[in-house]
Ligand binder design. Structure first.
Ligand code: DAT
Ligand code: MG
Length: 137
């Protein structure tokens, strides 16, 4: 069984979309292994997005991700990483396919409602970031 990490971002939490997004994930047969609500400090958001160090949008991303509560969700499913990326759609909601979370719910490229891990390796690191001490659960 493969693992991945979904984060419901501040724009979606503030627009009452937690339930809508979780319903889509459960209908797509992902198993929820862990879930919580947290407010990231800017330094924590920067650490989570360390792969984007040096990118022009990093400051905006860090500000946004620490602007309000987020809901990290640890998911399991066969082919979880690729299947979640399909379910959430392209980074830019204008380019996302109809029926994807970002097409249907996101505001713009920055406020794009959800994060999904981009590889099984990164998923491991990202799950550990939000759910330490849960190895083997
Ligand atoms: P994804 O979240 O689809 O994996 P990413 O890892 O390339 O996309 O970027 C992380 C987040 O940073 C993305 O969800 C939204 C923001 N972002 C990416 N590119 C951006 C850009 N050109 N302008 C503003 N925000 C951007
Ligand atoms: Mg990414």
């Amino acid at each position: 069984m493969e693992r991945t990490l979904l984060i419901i971002k501040p724009d979606a939490v503030s627009r009452n979309l937690i339930g809508e997004i979780i319903a889509r994930v459960e209908k797509a047969r992902f198993k929820i292994k862990g879930m919580k609500m947290v407010r990231l400090k800017p330094a924590e958001a920067r650490k989570f997005y360390a792969v984007h160090e040096g990118k022009p949008f990093l400051e905006e991303l860090v500000d946004f991700m620490s602007s309000g509560p987020v809901v990290p969700v640890w998911l399991e499913k066969e082919n979880a990483v690729a299947d979640l990326r399909k379910l959430i759609g392209a980074t830019d909601p204008k380019k996302a396919d109809p029926g994807t979370v970002r097409h249907d719910l996101a505001v713009d490229m920055g406020k794009n409602s959800v994060h999904g891990s981009d590889s099984p390796e990164n998923a491991k690191v990202e799950i550990q970031f939000f759910f330490p001490n849960s190895e083997g659960k």
